[in-house]
Design a binder for this molecule. Structure first.
Ligand SMILES: *Cc1c(COP(=O)(O)O)cnc(C)c1O
Length: 425
């Protein structure tokens, strides 16, 4: 068997593999199109009879190299970049769900994803049942319907910081003959590789730690190749029966383990076009080259900050799965023994009003709508990212109205703590 490279090496060397005399560094293929000698060859490309590039909405060499790096980091078989994390989650679902279908999702997910599933996809005729991820298996089984086509959750929920019991969710999904889709944005493949625990498809907002520098919005979908679509062919006709819009190709027959990603590219990207700009993929690749160095530092700093906040009387509560006192410490140790993420959520004893006053006093930590950036930043989800949810939905999503989301950066941790200290004072 081939030697399996470590994540550190894949971060640096994965993806772009220059041939003799080609650029050492991943080039930006800043071109919408690609030239061919014969019209016949171009036709074969359109029929997916031959591999090659013809239009950047469908595929671009810069994007493919970066998708390949993320694919290797996750241990998958095929991957595609998307213009954002939202687009990644939307495609991940739409690739296997049509009007009349149903999805089971952990309630504790990112506000944007929750809105996508319960409002926008509903308009497409796709229903979603949100479940308490901590509920026992017997209880969770009740959420499944004959038309359920996928189960969804986040490794570490943004911003509730609930750690998902991936094995439990994989068991539930598989006993109902559907795949488990995991949004692995917060953990990154440096800390957790959901495929090892039974997940079938992984999504990312690459906007977060993967880019890491708050430069580019982007997303990615990776397929493990493990879900056997053919075995449940009647549930997934889009993959297992001929696609009339592609000359009668049956994706599972023609592309085997790459069926899911090929279909998402050939149909969804073709028709909806949420492609990542090659320029952004180039910048994302630079971010990925240091992911393995940044993530451990984010975790180390966040743990020290969490311990500091926990020791203060004016901090009413704190969630950080790396803290021994945290409800999810056990699950975090199982799924992410090296560390969880750099994000902490906490509330002040003074509640919502004290949160606003505290945030206004911060100097080093900036108030921004962002998370998982090299720079320390804060946000008040109830007033910002989750403001479309009512109080009941906030509680369901694990977001206390007093919750402050602190994204600990990779500055010197003493400087971060000093800033928090002066603002709390
Ligand atoms: C930010 C985020 C998203 C959405 O990604 P965008 O790149 O902002 O579209 C999805 N899931 C999680 C967990 C996120 O943190």
């Amino acid at each position: 068997m081939d030697h399996q490279q470590s994540p550190e090496t894949i971060c640096i060397q994965g993806g772009w593999q220059p041939k003799n005399g080609e650029p050492r560094i991943l080039p930006i293929y800043q071109s919408t199109t690609f030239k061919y000698e014969t019209s016949e060859q171009m036709g074969r490309l359109f029929d997916l009879e031959e591999n090659g590039y013809f239009y950047t909405r469908l595929a671009n060499p810069t994007n493919d190299a970066v998708a390949d790096k993320i694919c290797k980091l996750e241990g998958g078989v095929a991957a595609m970049l998307t213009s954002s994390g939202q687009a990644a989650n939307m495609y991940a679902i739409l690739n296997i769900c049509s009007a009349g279908d149903h999805v089971v999702s952990a309630a504790t997910i990112y506000g944007g994803t929750s809105n996508l599933f319960t409002v926008t996809l509903k308009r497409f005729g796709i229903q979603c049942t949100l479940v308490d991820p901590d509920a026992p298996e017997e209880e969770l089984k009740k959420a499944f319907q004959p038309n359920t086509k996928a189960v969804f959750g986040e490794t570490i929920a943004n911003p509730a910081l609930v750690v998902l019991d991936i094995e439990k969710f994989a068991r539930l999904a598989h006993s109902h003959q559907v795949p488990l889709i995991i949004d692995n944005t917060f953990a990154t493949p440096i800390n957790c590789r959901p495929f090892q625990w039974g997940a079938d498809i992984v999504t990312h907002s690459t906007t977060k730690y993967m880019d890491g520098h708050a430069m580019t919005v982007g997303g990615c979908i990776v397929d493990s190749g493990n879900f056997d679509w053919e075995q449940y062919a009647d549930k997934f006709p889009g993959l297992t029966t001929p696609d009339d819009s592609y000359h009668g190709i049956t994706y599972t027959k023609k592309f085997g383990k790459a069926a899911y990603i090929t279909k998402a590219t050939a149909q969804l990207m073709r028709d909806m076009g949420s492609i990542q700009a090659p320029q952004n993929a180039f910048l994302l690749n630079i971010g990925l080259e240091t992911l393995h160095l940044r993530v451990p530092r984010h975790c180390e700093n966040a743990l020290a900050v969490a311990q500091y906040l926990e020791s203060r009387d004016d901090v009413g509560w704190i969630h950080y799965p790396g803290l021994k006192s945290d409800k999810y410490y056990g699950l975090a140790q199982k799924y992410m023994p090296k560390g969880t993420c750099g994000v902490i959520s906490f509330g002040l004893t003074g509640g919502r009003k004290a949160a606003a006053a505290f945030m206004d006093k911060l100097k080093l930590a900036a108030i921004v709508t962002h998370v998982a950036d090299a720079r320390t930043c804060v946000l008040h989800p109830a007033s910002h990212t989750h403001r479309q949810l009512n109080d009941e939905q906030l509680v369901e999503a694990g977001v206390d109205p007093s919750l402050i989301r602190l994204s600990v950066g990779i500055e010197n941790v003493n400087d971060i703590i000093a800033d928090l200290k002066q603002a709390l004072a």
